[in-house]
Design a protein around this ligand. Structure first.
Ligand code: HAM
Length: 425
């Protein structure tokens, strides 16, 4: 579980702002959900025989003896909330949420125990058009963030009936090769054999490669749905690779599943994943409702963003206010308030806690501001401000306080240190 220190928050804010922009461009509304839900909800929706439920949940009893769990993902809670608040009666919903998720995994680069997702869920739409819309949306996000080297992998898990037939065929195939399976896979053989296809164990790859392919078992309805989606992606010029081994680590999916993968992040290369989950709403007590969604891993996107050349917008101060003398401090503080009222785009950090000129200029320098504004007793009396450039050798100069506002507006464009320069909002 990570702290995000002040030097890193600008990148997060930028990422969140871009994501919000894009989901709003498609007409999705935000839903805010609790971080804790009943354990049963996750067991039922994600599935008992999955890594998440078997080994990764932060589960505890509250004071009433109820078993609660820190959410390991957002879809289950979103469906629960939609059912509870009647959001799915005779209406479609396009929703998004963002926030921390918790999984007790073995931490490594790109894999954390508290991580953050942006999740997007759509309810009430059964056709491949909504699948395509969501994938367009993700492609647009990469584009806006300037991310390259991302590959879209697609698969269809078919309807429940088709999957049941496939499951039987897979069990038969794996049973015959039981001696080649590792312990985890043997355990999963009867409970959740599809997950065996997702095994990362290199020694298992031979058996997995020879297994029957899910796509051969697809029912007509799923095939048409999948073809419809592929057609829309083709028309939009979005490249994809059909990966028949893509089965996802959560049980609620049916038909379309997809992942966006990058080769830039080492082992944890999946930056976005999702698919269709038509059965889940009904399974959790609602009316049958088709659904589709995905989630992005924000830490992984963040790493990609920082590895690229993205110019992050600057949120640090433009100006540092150096103050001295009793009258200078009082006048300076009030003056800064007046400036902030007149021009909300100005970012002025005032020196508080006193200090010699030398130490104040040191702080001014460290603040990243391009200019110091100096008000001492003398300037307070003469109603002037001294402007001192901090990033070049230019001379300082005095300006009447009345004219300062216009001067500062003019300087805003160039008001930060060159290495962190950016147009203020
Ligand atoms: P998921 O594949 O479990 O799907 O997670 C989605 C994304 O969250 C992953 O692709 C990855 O980028 C990120 N992620 C997962 N675990 C970690 C971790 N331990 N550390 C850092 N990042 C991580 C879901 O959660 C589904 N709820 C997605 C969905 C929404 N399906 C339908 N609607």
């Amino acid at each position: 579980m990570n702290d995000t220190l002040p030097g890193d928050t600008a990148a997060w804010q930028y990422l969140e702002a871009v994501l919000r922009d894009v989901v709003h461009a498609y007409g999705y509304s935000e839903i805010r959900l609790p971080v804790v839900e009943k354990t049963e909800l996750f067991k039922r929706s994600i599935g008992e025989i999955t890594d998440i439920v078997e080994k990764e949940m932060y589960t505890f009893e509250d004071r009433n003896g109820d078993s609660l769990t820190l959410r390991p993902e957002g879809t289950a809670g979103c469906v629960r909330a939609c059912i509870e608040h009647g959001l799915l009666y005779n209406q479609v919903q396009r929703l998004w949420y963002a926030g921390p998720m918790f999984r007790h995994e073995r931490p490594q680069k790109g894999r954390y125990r508290q991580f953050h997702q942006l999740g997007v869920e759509a309810f009430g739409m059964a056709g491949p058009d909504i699948d395509a819309e969501m994938i367009f949306m993700t492609a647009r996000i990469w584009d806006r963030l300037g991310l390259e080297h991302t590959e879209l992998q697609l698969n269809s898990l078919g309807t429940l009936a088709a999957r049941a037939r496939y499951r039987d065929a897979l069990i038969e195939y794996l049973q015959a090769r039981k001696d080649q399976l590792d312990e985890d896979s043997r355990r999963r053989l009867s409970g959740n054999p599809l997950r065996i296809l997702d095994s990362k164990n290199p020694e298992m790859q031979g058996v997995i490669d020879g297994a029957p392919s899910l796509l051969e078992f697809l029912d007509e309805e799923s095939r048409q749905h999948f073809d419809g989606l592929c057609g829309l992606l083709d028309r939009a010029g979005i490249h994809y690779r059909i990966n028949p081994r893509l089965v996802r680590g959560l049980d609620y999916y049916s038909q379309t599943v997809f992942e966006w993968v990058t080769d830039q992040l080492g082992a944890q290369g999946t930056i976005c994943a999702g698919g269709r989950y038509d059965g889940l709403v009904e399974y959790l007590g609602g009316r049958p409702t088709p659904a589709f969604g995905f989630a992005l891993g924000l830490e992984r996107l963040q790493s990609l963003l920082l590895a690229g050349n993205t110019r992050l917008p600057d949120t640090g101060p433009n100006f540092y206010l150096v103050l001295s003398g009793e009258r200078g401090i009082a006048r300076g503080m009030m003056f800064a308030e007046e400036l902030r009222t007149a021009e909300p785009r100005l970012r002025i950090q005032a020196n508080c806690g006193g200090g010699s000129f030398k130490s104040q200029f040191k702080r001014a320098d460290r603040s990243g501001a391009a200019y110091a504004l100096v008000i001492g007793d003398e300037e307070a009396t003469q109603q002037t401000v001294v402007i001192k450039p901090l990033r070049d050798k230019a001379e300082q100069f005095a300006v009447p306080q009345q004219q300062l506002m216009e001067r500062l507006r003019g300087m805003l464009k160039i008001s930060r240190a060159p290495d962190r320069a950016g147009q203020p909002e």
